[in-house]
Design a protein around this ligand. Structure first.
Ligand code: PLP
Length: 369
């Protein structure tokens, strides 16, 4: 699978589909389960992920920006899935009106300026254009702020002529069990819904999708859970791992006690050692903080990453492995014993960043559903 590459991500599209179906099964049959494929499908390939999910019946895809949306629309058209809705979370910025309409992209409108712009464009082309209205219920990031929300409730003519598909909001701490802000946001969102009678609603990210029913409304918007990482540490949920990552062992070398390994000579060998130099580095998205922490798998044995992570390579202490353990010629960087959440913890970050920082250099190999 490496081909001419030195590391390869093995992405199980069947597992992504299974995770989407699992999340879908947690909500009422009438609740739609969308898929978050922003940031190139959390680093794993938006085209491949959305293609597999569209084939499985997913009809709602969210990306962040318009260029992500257009690329996804073109891909889904090419593979014969013209029907799904594609939404831009960042909404319609100045000069993006025509491209949204032309590529059948629905903006998530985040403030009155975006709303007015989209409505005026809709009037100009005399078409009832679709939109989602995003209300801020505690995130203080994107969405109508409390003042604009009050104004909009009093001035519903402001969105006359638009087809409002959903109202939505976003959870601040859905993954923190029992966080008071979560129930506060639920209450605020329910109040908001009373002003938009008959308009479908959406509140839940992955964490919200895994919460009980009152958080699901008419559409959930999972991201990270589709990619096999739980937003909280809750091993009871049946999410399947999606990605494995392996890299070429480029060189095996012997070293003496007292030798130092890698940049800065930070790792001092205290015994005669066997070192494997593996073809992956921080330029591939392998976090520099994993040096001295991560555990790779070679054959069925585990071995520690020692010294600093370089741009293109890492060094692994394989002294305790027999030559027969090394015949595969590759080291597994993400494996059953060292998954994305574990790697994230060792890199002092979150699973989201481990995935979205995967660089373009690792080859991508897709297991078809
Ligand atoms: C990214 C995002 C999601 C998905 O979040 P996950 O935690 O990955 O499930 C849902 N809604 C909005 C508005 C987002 O920006």
């Amino acid at each position: 699978m490496l081909g001419h590459a030195d590391s390869c991500l093995c992405i199980d599209l069947g597992a992504i589909v299974a995770n989407w179906r699992y999340i879908d099964s947690l909500s009422a049959p009438s609740t739609v389960t969308a898929a978050m494929v922003k940031a190139n499908g959390y680093g794993l390939g938006a085209a491949a992920v959305a293609g597999a999910l569209a084939a499985a019946g997913c009809g709602e895809f969210f990306v962040a920006s318009l260029d992500e949306a257009i690329a996804l629309r073109q891909h889904l058209d090419e593979v014969g899935h013209p029907e799904p809705h594609i939404m831009t979370l960042h909404g319609c910025h100045i000069g993006q009106e025509e491209a949204h309409a032309q590529h059948r992209i629905t903006p998530v409108l985040n403030d009155l300026e975006q709303l007015t712009r989209w409505r005026l464009f809709s009037q100009k082309i005399a078409e009832k254009l679709p939109a989602l209205l995003h209300f801020d219920t505690g995130m203080t990031r994107l969405g109508f702020d409390p003042d604009q929300t009050d104004w909009l409730i009093q001035n519903k003519a402001a969105y006359d002529g638009l087809a409002v598909r959903y109202i939505m909001s976003h959870l601040v701490s859905g993954e923190v069990i029992g966080a008071p802000i979560t129930t506060q946001q639920l209450a605020a969102f329910n109040e908001l819904r009373s002003w938009f009678a008959g308009v479908p609603a959406s509140l839940a990210n992955s964490a919200g999708s895994l919460l009980p029913n009152p958080y699901h409304f008419q559409m959930t918007r999972p991201g990270i859970a589709l990619y096999g990482a739980h937003p909280a540490d809750c091993p009871t949920d049946k999410l399947q791992p999606v990605v494995r990552w392996h890299a070429r062992i480029m060189q095996l070398r012997r070293a003496k006690a007292g030798d130092r390994v890698g940049y800065g000579g930070t790792h001092l060998l205290t015994r005669e050692s066997k070192i494997a130099t593996v073809g992956v580095g921080y330029a591939d998205g392998y976090d520099r903080q994993l040096g001295g922490k991560a555990i790779v798998q070679i054959g069925d044995k585990h071995a520690p990453v020692i010294g600093r992570v370089s741009m293109d390579s890492i060094t692994v202490d394989v002294t305790d492995l027999a030559d027969g353990d090394l015949v595969s010629g590759t080291a597994d960087l993400l494996h059953a014993g060292y998954d994305v959440p574990r790697m994230a913890a060792d890199a002092n970050t979150i699973s989201y960043e481990v995935l979205t920082r995967l660089g373009p250099r690792p080859a991508r190999h897709y297991l078809k559903p």
